[in-house]
Design a protein around this ligand. Structure first.
Ligand code: NAD
Length: 486
């Protein structure tokens, strides 16, 4: 580790952030955070108990009324200052993410830019919360429709985008006037702790944002979710955990937003611009080392262009540099842990056993660190596990189709529906695909769609609710209707 890295890590808070104060976990319990590229412990931080979780909720509840009563402009200004502070500290935030999560530094900088935008976007939305006023159809009364903050909200975030998954929830909640408790993933909690410090510096009042880090997610989250003072749960993570949380939330009829898993199809038609399709494929597949819910999981390529497409992506993949994310020129960092490597091995093994061929990569690398080579497999047959499950690793799996109906059937043949990518130069076909694909988001001739100004979210088992865009703030507002006799 370089001295710049150890200096930065030493500055990151290692306690819980509750009621505007940094505090130890009950009993002084701690958990270790690792660098997945070396396997070394990089920081020891507080490991919250269920009682600590409830203390954080107490703080959020205590701060709710005053925060909801602040002027929208004040909330807006705070978020804008937070945006500026994120920009000022972008190199530190990027390095920290690379250290705890492993992605190449250039991608971490990209995440700071993307994640930061939610602060700017919702600073602009905070002052545009509005309602309606009008006569009822009978002419007997005036109808006032207003929007009020939902109230104290609980966020559970995943490890793969440590900053953006936090800002995408915290910014709209604060803009709407909600207080929050955030529980980041135990594998990558440092970025959220650092971000909490920046929020405090930006002027977020005590108790409005609280952060608890824990190795016992389920035990700590359960009592918060079942507490009747909580008004909203927003979760980003895997579909199986989301299903459990929805069941827990049902008990108290708690409002939920769920950003869950994906199994994105990447459809290349015979009329596609192959240069664009190959560029799009590299981004949609290998960004974040393939560990994105929006990662293309199934490459469905027309049989007449499949051989050329496969060769071209395989050539690009063979030239990729694998290594520690802090090193210059690295494009593929480590996977998050051993289990992720084992999963990539298992899925590729199953595909090959059923008849697929490896065109590039195909191996786990010797440690230290949990690395898997960027890989291309072609000729993946129906029934292979790699077509059903989220790969969450740098494996590009190609199968073929012969006509548009078959492409649509294959693309929709999954319980997920987060994002789809389509490459065609036929405008009418592009529009037909917008209508026919069961997906919350779509990239037409492009391999990345995320934008703070756009509604991010899925259909089917990819979840419910939208983050970002004009829609994002509504996840944190209740609609209230009042009738006044004329
Ligand atoms: P995960 O579901 O294992 O964990 C996500 C979070 O939930 C973590 O903070 C974890 O500590 C917590 N958690 C786990 N079990 C829990 C329980 N029983 N009760 C309460 N909390 C619990 O997912 P992950 O491995 O961290 O992230 C990868 C998954 O997240 C993938 O499926 C990916 O598609 C999904 N993801 C979705 C989006 C999206 O916006 N749709 C974005 C990023 C990641």
């Amino acid at each position: 580790m370089t001295s710049r890295e150890s200096d930065l890590l030493a500055q990151i808070p290692n306690q819980l952030f509750i009621g505007g104060r940094w505090v130890d976990a009950e009993g002084g319990t701690t958990l270790d955070v690792f660098d997945p590229s070396t396997g070394e412990v990089i920081r020891r931080i507080a490991d919250a108990s269920p009682a600590d979780g409830i203390r954080a909720l107490d703080a959020a509840v205590a701060a709710q009324e005053a925060w909801a009563a602040t002027a929208p402009r004040e909330r807006s200004d705070i978020l804008r200052r937070a945006f500026d502070l994120v920009q000022a500290r972008k190199e530190d935030l990027a390095l920290l993410m690379t250290l705890e999560m492993g992605k190449p530094l250039a991608e971490s900088r990209g995440e700071v830019a993307y994640g930061g935008e939610f602060l700017r976007w919702f600073s602009e939305e905070a002052v545009r919360i509005s309602g309606r006023y009008g006569m009822n159809p009978e002419g007997t009364g005036r109808m006032v429709v207003s929007q009020r903050p939902v109230g104290p909200s609980f966020f559970i975030t995943p490890w793969n985008f440590p900053l953006a998954m936090a800002t995408r929830k915290i910014a709209p909640a604060l803009a709407a006037g909600c207080t929050v408790v955030v529980k980041p993933a135990e594998l990558t909690p440092l970025t959220t702790l650092f971000f909490a410090q920046l929020l405090a510096e930006a002027g977020v009042p005590e108790g409005v944002v609280n952060v608890i880090t824990t190795s016992s997610s389920s035990a700590v989250s359960g009592p918060i979710i079942s507490d009747p003072r909580l008004r909203k749960l927003s979760f980003t993570g895997s579909t199986p955990v989301g299903q459990k949380l929805i069941a827990q939330a049902a008990e108290g009829v708690l409002r939920v937003s769920m950003e869950l898993g994906g199994n994105a199809p990447f459809v290349v038609f015979e009329d596609a611009d192959l240069d664009k399709a190959v560029d799009g494929a590299m981004l949609a597949k290998f960004r974040n080392i393939g560990q994105a819910c929006t990662a293309a999981n199934r490459f469905i390529v027309h049989e007449s262009v499949a051989a050329e497409f496969s060769q071209r992506v395989a050539d690009r993949v063979r030239a990729m540099n694998v290594g520690r994310g802090t090193e210059d020129g690295v494009q593929i960092g480590p996977l998050i842990d051993d289990r992720a490597v084992a999963k990539a091995q298992e899925l590729v093994g199953d595909a090959v056993e059923r008849g697929a061929r490896i065109l590039a990569g195909g191996n786990a690398l010797e440690g230290p660190g949990t690395f898997y080579e960027p890989t291309v497999v072609e000729g993946v047959v129906p029934g292979s596990a790699i077509l059903r499950e989220e790969i969450f690793g740098p494996v590009l799996a190609i199968s073929t189709f012969s006509d548009e109906d078959e492409a649509v059937r294959l693309a929709n043949d999954t319980e997920y529906g987060l994002v789809s990518y389509v490459f065609t130069q036929d405008l009418a076909r592009g529009h037909r695909m917008i209508d026919r694909l069961e997906t919350g988001m779509m990239g037409l001739n492009v391999g990345v769609v995320s934008n703070a100004a756009a509604p991010f979210g899925g259909v089917k088992q990819s979840g419910m609710g939208r983050e970002g865009g004009l829609e994002g703030i509504h996840e944190y507002l209740n609609v209230k209707y009042t009738l006044i006799p004329a």
